[in-house]
Design a protein around this ligand. Structure first.
Ligand code: AMP
Length: 439
């Protein structure tokens, strides 16, 4: 995550006590989104922020809101988040910045015990973090009133709207006084986000964090035109060569299980999966075991994958092309974080995924290669040089049941075969996509 050298915390008008909490958190300098958002938010203004996960966006709204309301009693802050996992993460950040000031945070999410949440809400927390669906449940049951809220935060607004929470968001905002501060964060400013901002915000200041050369993730992106019945085989081949952690994205819940089963059959024992039909405790277990390194590979749907915050994913595989071009950006944002190099591979089916690939390319401002373009170089990305892979220099993750794999360079020559794809047309696409993302 990029931090700005010119800015430092002492320029942001924060109390000494807050400076101490920030120091304890180990945040040496504010990131771009923090140094631009905090001054507006501290003035109580509405702010519309376009920033990616990994930019430090959560603290950009947590720090100023805790600072503004830390000496007051009452439920003043409400943050809405698209998924349970994101709500839990945001709740944890509020907890760590709010607790030193005696602020109580309650997280309300589907799948958790509603009576325990009801009791926690009755204890007049200072901060509520919730998914829209669960908060509406509490409102309907009369477990919570929102008349005191003075600061409303929409985290990942684009995602909440994509997930169909528009009605619930309307129901919630109607119950909050109009005289309030509204902060909205979104990776993209899709028309639906702009519409919500118009409706819910008052003359917002805009903060747009453009990717700079330094902050741009170094993600090498590859596109494979293959048939559906080749995907499992190609995935297994790719996983055999990739030594780091891998995030495999699929388009539907049942696909997560299918792909996991297929990999199990092929002998991969270091794979787990997650989708929204799994019970909450199983999902949490899958995420924590992936984070701890027990499992090296996770298969996930978009909704679930979004909430998993892991910094050193080596490779993102789009087993299915995402429905929405914006999802592509969200998915590949799992890798190439914190200055590490990353890799994203996309499996596309000729005649099925052409339009989606075109849309992704348009979003990135580049032209997609034709799937009929003659193969100009191996579809399989070249083995990375050791200096490109700082991740590999770290202590290896513990993989239960998993033997460490030899590095590509250590494999006998004939094993380092290019992936045999039906039709390949990726050269210009990867190169321009990659260079655009750095521009
Ligand atoms: P976010 O974009 O909110 O998901 O934050 C990404 C990661 O950056 C989290 O692990 C934060 O703890 C961390 N972080 C946020 N702000 C800073 C900062 N100013 N300095 C260092 N790390 C930070």
């Amino acid at each position: 995550m990029e931090t700005q050298n010119i800015a430092n915390w002492s320029n942001l008008n924060l109390s000494d006590a807050m400076m101490k909490v920030i120091e304890d958190a180990g945040y040496k300098t504010p990131s771009n989104v923090q140094s631009q958002t905090i001054p507006f938010a501290m003035e109580g203004l509405d702010v519309l922020v376009s920033s990616q996960t990994g930019s430090g966006k959560t603290a950009s709204f947590v720090i100023p809101t805790v600072e503004r309301f830390k000496d007051k009693n009452g439920t003043y802050i409400l943050a809405l988040a698209p998924t349970r996992e994101i709500a839990q993460q945001t709740g944890a950040v509020f907890e760590s910045f709010g607790k030193p000031f005696g602020l109580k945070t309650v997280v309300c999410i589907g799948g958790a015990n509603i009576n325990e949440e009801k009791a926690a809400l009755a204890g007049s927390p200072h901060i509520i973090v919730a998914t829209p669906g669960r908060l509406c449940d509490h409102l309907e049951r009369g477990n919570v009133w929102l008349d005191f809220i003075q600061c409303l935060i929409f985290d990942e607004a684009d995602r909440m709207l994509e997930m169909g929470f528009s009605k619930q968001i309307d129901m919630i905002t109607e119950q909050i006084p109009k005289q309030r501060q509204t902060l909205m964060l979104s990776a993209t400013f899709a028309p639906a986000v702009e519409k919500l901002a118009k409706k819910a915000m008052n003359n917002p200041k805009q903060v747009i964090i453009e990717k700079t050369k330094e902050s741009a993730p170094k993600i090498e992106q590859s596109l494979f035109w293959i048939r559906e019945d080749q995907k499992q085989h190609e995935l297994a081949r790719l996983l055999k060569h990739e030594k780091g952690t891998v995030f495999v994205f699929v388009k539907a819940k049942e696909r997560a299980y299918q792909v996991w089963r297929a990999l199990e059959h092929k002998g991969f024992r270091d794979v787990t999966y997650i989708h929204s039909d799994l019970p909450q405790d199983q999902r949490e277990l899958a995420v924590s075991e992936f984070k701890s390194g027990k499992y090296r590979i996770i298969v996930a749907t978009d909704v679930m994958g979004r909430g998993i915050d892991v910094d050193d994913v080596a490779h993102v595989v789009n087993y299915d092309v995402p429905r929405d071009a914006a999802d592509y950006i969200h998915r590949i944002g799992r890798t190439g974080r914190r200055g590490l190099s990353g890799h994203a591979s996309t499996f596309a089916i000729p005649g099925v995924d052409d339009r989606s690939i075109e849309a992704i390319s348009k979003l990135r401002g580049v032209e997609a290669p034709s799937k009929d373009e003659p193969k100009k170089r191996e579809a399989r990305p070249a083995p990375r040089k050791p200096q490109d892979r700082p991740r590999e220099q770290r202590a290896p993750r513990q993989n239960h049941n998993h033997q460490p794999k030899p590095a590509l360079k250590d494999l006998p020559k004939q094993e380092v075969k290019p992936v045999q794809v039906a039709k390949v047309g990726l050269v210009g696409w990867i190169k321009s996509l990659f260079s655009k993302s750095k521009a």
